[in-house]
Design a protein around this ligand. Structure first.
Ligand SMILES: [Fe+2]
Length: 400
């Protein structure tokens, strides 16, 4: 397709999607700070709920992270049932097993406790259970008539921001192809950003998930769907990540840095809820699908390459972010400021130990990866659409 027609086609498709994504969305009642998970438990009890399904994973349970929360809920008269079957990139089967346990145990509400996979699983469990259906039938946009069961979230990583978004991602049982469940009912009623629960997160996971939050904020800010609201949250998230991610990686017990990163993650989630993501996610999702590259790590590696390509089309937006982040001032040219922001991302990656390359990408897969990334990227409100050779250069640059 000629470049002009391609652009017209993609922009037309996007303007239809924007009607859904640009609507004002509710935000969860949010508690933040050490001990805020206990405040959330009190709120759950005040909602008059009797029995809650705690959706989490086995490693977290073994670390005892759920113990205090379960004890708090029980002491406030809320019974708990634990579903610990969540795995990374949860499949529809993982979600359906959670729905089955919820029905069998008679729970009236759902609490997500964990990273993005636990929160996404809990979201779809709460929606499907209320609508008497399974995960498969929730896939897509607004497939369910009834609101979800009362849903709450306590993230234990700082990156996805899933506690603030109306999207959950589930994988096919066989092909592991990822699909989105998009429904405003997926936004939790209340959530807690409790840094106490993030103390034990290893530095490499802190680094990768933190870069996911930064990617959300930057992609939302430089895309074409930004609003004053999403720009506000994106700017806040970028500043928080630059100022706190290295310390959170170096000193996991620094609760201030942990809380700041949890807030950055939440704000990044709020930004992408209306403004979406871009090519960084398009490439990274496909590295994840093909080789299991963790989402945050993939984003971190891809982010500076895509920003280099977005210079020109997104120079002014990148320059604004640089000024908001204290990297320069408006006496400098937009091009110089944009480069400062990109250089800061390269430097941050180096500081927190993000590798520049990976040995998992096989030469024979490059063409298919480029096709898949370009196809996905055409569905995002990016400031310009990449040419094939540009996307190929990015993927080749990541090969060890
Ligand atoms: Fe992401």
């Amino acid at each position: 397709m000629p470049a002009f027609h391609k652009e017209l086609f993609y922009r037309g498709k996007l303007s239809l999607m924007r009607r859904v994504f640009s609507k004002p969305q509710p935000k969860p009642l949010m508690f933040s700070g050490a001990g805020s998970s206990v405040t959330l438990c009190r709120t759950i009890a005040q909602f008059g709920l009797c029995k809650i399904l705690v959706v989490t994973d086995k490693p977290l349970l073994e670390l005892g992270i759920a113990d205090g929360i379960v004890a708090s809920l029980n002491s406030m008269g809320v019974e708990t049932v634990i579903y610990d079957g969540v795995k990374p990139d949860p499949t529809t089967q993982v979600v359906d097993d959670g729905i089955a346990l919820l029905r069998q145990s008679g729970c009236d509400s759902v609490l997500a406790l964990g990273g993005g996979s636990s929160i996404d699983t809990a979201k779809v469990v709460a929606l499907a259970a209320a609508n008497d259906c399974n995960a498969e039938s929730c896939k897509g946009l607004n497939q369910c008539k009834l609101p979800a069961l009362p849903l709450f979230a306590i993230p234990t990583t700082a990156g996805t921001g899933s506690e603030g978004t109306f999207i959950a991602v589930v994988s096919d049982n066989v092909t592991h192809e990822k699909s989105g469940v998009v429904d405003v009912a997926l936004i939790p009623r209340a959530a807690a950003l409790d840094p106490e629960l993030m103390r034990g997160l290893p530095p490499h996971i802190t680094a990768a998930t933190g870069m996911d939050a930064l990617t959300h904020a930057i992609e939302a800010y430089i895309g074409t769907w930004g609003t004053p609201d999403t720009d506000f949250f994106a700017v806040a998230a970028v500043r928080l990540v630059f100022e706190n991610l290295p310390e959170a990686c170096r000193n996991g017990d620094n609760l201030q840095a942990r809380e700041a990163m949890a807030q950055a993650s939440y704000y990044g989630g709020l930004a992408i809820t209306n403004a979406m993501v871009g090519y960084v996610h398009a490439v990274s999702h496909n590295l994840g699908a093909k080789y299991g590259v963790p989402h945050g790590l993939g984003n971190a590696m891809v982010l500076p390459h895509i920003l280099e390509l977005m210079k020109g089309a997104a120079t002014d937006k990148l320059a604004e972010l640089a000024v908001h982040s204290g990297l320069g001032d408006t006496s400098e040219s937009p091009a110089a400021l944009a480069q400062k922001l990109i250089d800061r991302v390269w430097a941050l990656n180096a500081e927190i130990g993000i590798p520049k390359t990976t040995d998992v990408i096989r030469e024979e897969d490059v063409d298919a990866l480029v096709d898949a990334a370009l196809s996905e990227g055409s569905g995002y409100p990016t400031r310009r659409f990449l040419e094939r050779d540009e996307c190929e250069r990015v993927i080749r640059a990541l090969r060890a």
